[in-house]
Design a protein around this ligand. Structure first.
Ligand SMILES: [Fe+2]
Ligand SMILES: [Fe+2]
Length: 173
């Protein structure tokens, strides 16, 4: 299976490859974004969470490369601008939030959006894999990435965004 040089999506296999390239692009961008987030954040729970998920995300990239390989494909990216928008949003928070607590809350927000976006991508890809009866090894690699992204989302949700906003508001009142 491989997309023809025109890039036309004219078969279900093409669509699967197209989606896989999109997720591959996203994971690579997010490894960089998580590295930026862990450098910029000052809340220790957030710093630890971003750093450990950055390392996991590097594993996600490696698993996707194994999935491409199992399918007999070269790993190639497809640009998904939504992932780039998250980095833009993080950098806007750097420039515009003057209070550290607010900045941390915004970083938490960006991180959660990133995980939800990834989860949406994996859900679509796994639904397609099911229809196409894709090799179990590939499905297993995708499921492992999805499961770790779910855990990362849970962890970010447990770092209280509300508490960070609250401490900012308390100081101003
Ligand atoms: Fe991931
Ligand atoms: Fe993730």
């Amino acid at each position: 299976m491989t997309l023809d040089s025109s890039g036309d999506l004219d078969s279900p296999d093409d669509l699967f490859e197209y989606e896989l390239r999109g997720v591959y692009y996203g994971e690579r961008r997010l490894a960089d974004l998580l590295d930026e987030l862990q450098t910029s954040a000052t809340d220790s729970d957030l710093v630890d969470g971003f750093a450990s998920h950055r390392d996991e995300t590097r594993d996600h990239v490696a698993r996707l490369e194994r999935a491409f390989d199992a399918l007999g494909l070269e790993p190639r990216e497809r640009t998904v601008p939504t992932f780039d928008a998250l980095t833009e949003e993080k950098r806007t928070a750097d420039d515009e939030a003057v209070d550290e607590a607010v900045q941390n809350a915004l970083y938490n927000h960006v991180g959660r959006k990133a995980e939800r976006l990834e989860l949406t991508e994996y859900e679509g890809l796994l639904a397609l894999a099911d229809v196409l009866d894709v090799d179990d090894e590939v499905v297993d690699l995708l499921e492992r990435n999805r499961d770790e992204d779910e855990d990362a989302l849970d962890e970010l949700e447990s770092v209280s965004e509300g508490g960070q906003f609250q401490s900012f508001v308390d100081r101003l009142l």
